[in-house]
Design a binder for this molecule. Structure first.
Ligand code: CP
Ligand code: NVA
Length: 331
């Protein structure tokens, strides 16, 4: 084994070197190949995995469950209201109890500090399934998808367009910096990333050849890029901000005009779920209130040949499997 990540937590890509991230992406590609070939190494045989979800999830929950079962582990879903966490029992006490029973813990929730505290007290690997600050397992899936379609990551011209202050923008900036990308955050000034994240990404970039650009100009930001990425305008837990975000982000919608400014073979990525049509209750409500038939991406782009969002969604399972196998597996 080139790297020993055994026993490590996976809370943010800040804690991982370029080589370690590359290793996890390559391991995911290998595990994907094995799964397609019908080979199941079962490196998590007999392990028990706790899945704590304070917020809803389709991809992350299913990816952790399928990845665990593929590798011979048992996954136990602990949803909001199922356990005492934070209500009758502190985070530290919950971590110590789960640490006596399980072999690994996934946590999705509101405050990043909660996943840090779980990691501090659990005594077993803790994996971040999304917090207000970071969504690192998503980045591995995004980067595997880009590597599959473009063949490389270093030097990729990448524009994230939308809410520059959310968990996806933060994580992409850190991940892009680590992988030597030309990373651009394209958002209105009011939603520019926090200085702390920008400065950290720029510091990392010095050692990897990455460039970090923050701009409110769509024309400058997406010109000639290989990848356009967007995310919801309103993240989970911020639902009172729809009106303000629609006002600020309307001009940042990913549509065919924007796609035409990028490289002709530009990929479109989105962590999903996406508001690209009126087939959801929230989408319908927004249409009734504001007259928008789509928010962050038009249906035309979402359904176009540029879009690789379902490859990306599938890659959640292979990359999450790589994280669990690397930190917990019996290799
Ligand atoms: N992209 C992502 O994390 O999706 P879920 O919210 O469905 O897990
Ligand atoms: N920024 C989004 C990501 C969803 C996967 C959210 O936090 O809701």
């Amino acid at each position: 084994m080139a790297f020993n990540l055994k026993g490590r937590h996976f809370l943010t890509l800040r804690d991982f070197s370029t080589k370690e991230i590359e290793y996890l992406i390559d391991l995911a590609a290998e595990l994907k190949r094995l799964k397609y070939a019908g080979v199941k190494p079962r490196t998590l045989e007999g392990k028990n995995i706790a899945l704590i979800f304070e917020k809803p999830s389709t991809r992350t929950r299913c990816a952790f469950t399928v990845a665990a079962v593929d590798e011979g582990a048992h996954a136990e879903y602990l949803g909001k209201g199922d356990i005492q966490l934070g209500k009758k029992e502190s985070v530290a006490d919950t971590a110590r109890v789960l640490g006596r029973m399980f072999d690994g813990i996934e946590f999705r929730g509101f405050k990043h500090e909660t996943v840090e505290e779980l990691a501090e007290y659990a005594g077993i690997p803790v994996w971040n399934g999304l917090t207000d600050r970071y969504h690192p397992t998503q980045i591995l899936a995004d980067f595997l998808t880009i590597k599959e379609h473009k063949g490389y990551l270093k030097g990729i011209k990448f524009a994230y367009v939308g809410d520059g202050r959310n968990n996806m923008a933060n994580s992409l900036m850190i991940g892009g910096a680590k992988m030597g990308m030309d990373m651009r955050i394209v958002s209105p000034r009011e939603l520019f990333p926090e200085d702390e994240i920008i400065n950290t990404a720029k510091e990392i970039a010095k050692g990897t050849g990455a460039t970090i650009t923050i701009t409110d100009s769509v024309d400058d930001g997406v010109k000639g890029v290989d990848v356009i990425y967007t995310d919801v305008w309103v993240s989970m837990g911020e639902e009172e901000h729809f009106e303000e975000r629609i006002r600020l982000l309307k001009a940042y919608q990913v549509n065919m005009d924007m796609i035409k400014k990028a490289d002709e073979n530009v990929l479109f990525l989105h962590c999903l779920p996406a508001f690209h049509d009126l087939k959801t209750s929230v989408g319908e409500e927004i249409y009734q209130k504001y007259g928008l038939t789509a928010m962050e991406v038009t249906d035309e782009v979402f359904e176009s040949g540029h879009s690789v969002v379902f490859d990306e969604a599938e890659n959640r399972v292979h990359t999450i499997k790589a994280v669990m196998v690397a930190t917990l597996g019996n290799q």
